[in-house]
Write a protein that binds this ligand. Structure first.
Ligand SMILES: C[S@@+](CC[C@H](N)C(=O)[O-])C[C@H]1O[C@@H](n2cnc3c(N)ncnc32)[C@H](O)[C@@H]1O
Length: 237
């Protein structure tokens, strides 16, 4: 369904992943996140490279299930469990509907990712999710993921990022706005969504992400994909 959630002059509340967003999420994310389809495809390819037999694959903040689906379609390993977790009951319902007939060994869990246990993992993905986690909880979450990964396992993080250099920030912001305009969003929709999401999505710069990952135990992190202000990081344990 086409996203026209912010096409009105109503009072704008903070953005929430509720039923109304679930209905339009797939359209919204493709028209708002430059390179989204490639980002998903790349996660699938990374998972193909690093997945291992007899291990768990985690999709944290799974929304409608795009990452879990990409990982499962690329998977040529044996005896894997796919665990998709989201704290929005509406998203969890949609993810179940989308994936239950397509993936064996699937568990879709409604929970705060800060509360769950990660174990025997070869792949953990936080695709556009860490940016919605309280900044003060991000290190503890990444440390828990590090501890739950087997040696050689990977964490993939995709995020909206910002830039320290003002000119660079302004240039990329303009390009991102033009991307949304080119995808049919009006000025009103862009302004309303920005207002709704401003206190909810807290972006960080590349260095902050890479430094935090190092502090949590990951020796090497590479930024292997970027389209405008959206980047994907790969960290190997
Ligand atoms: C932008 S969406 C993720 C998109 C999805 N991973 C994809 O690639 O299509 C962010 C998701 O994270 C979920 N989320 C945010 N904070 C969470 C938390 N603390 N625990 C679990 N899920 C969370 C939201 O409900 C939402 O579905």
């Amino acid at each position: 369904m086409r996203d026209d959630l912010f096409n009105s002059h109503n009072d704008i509340a903070n953005f929430r992943f509720d039923e109304s967003v679930v209905e339009v999420f797939d359209d919204m994310v493709k028209r708002s996140v430059p390179g989204y389809d490639s980002m998903i495809q790349m996660v699938g390819l990374v998972a193909r490279m690093y997945g291992k037999d007899n291990t768990n694959y985690y999709d944290l903040g799974s929304s409608t299930g795009a990452i879990t689906l990409a990982i499962s379609l690329n998977n040529d390993h044996k005896n894997n469990k796919f665990i998709a977790i989201d704290n929005s009951p509406d998203m969890v319902k949609k993810c179940q509907q989308n994936l239950s007939k397509k993936i064996d060994n699937l568990e879709v869990i409604c929970s705060d990712i800060n509360e769950i246990t990660i174990q025997n993992a070869s792949i953990v993905v936080l695709n556009l999710t860490l940016q919605f986690v309280d900044v003060s909880k991000r290190s503890a979450l990444l440390k828990k993921i590090y501890d739950g990964l087997n040696p050689g396992g990977v964490l993939i993080i995709s995020e909206k990022i910002h830039f320290d250099d003002n000119e660079n920030q302004e240039q990329i912001t303009q390009l991102h706005l033009n991307f949304k305009r080119a995808n049919g969003y009006s000025e009103l929709e862009i302004a309303n969504k920005r207002q709704a999401i401003e206190n909810v999505l807290i972006s960080e710069n590349k260095k902050t992400h890479i430094d935090r990952l190092k502090q949590c135990g990951f020796k090497e992190t590479s930024c292997y994909f970027q389209c405008l202000n959206f980047a994907s990081f790969l960290s190997v344990k």
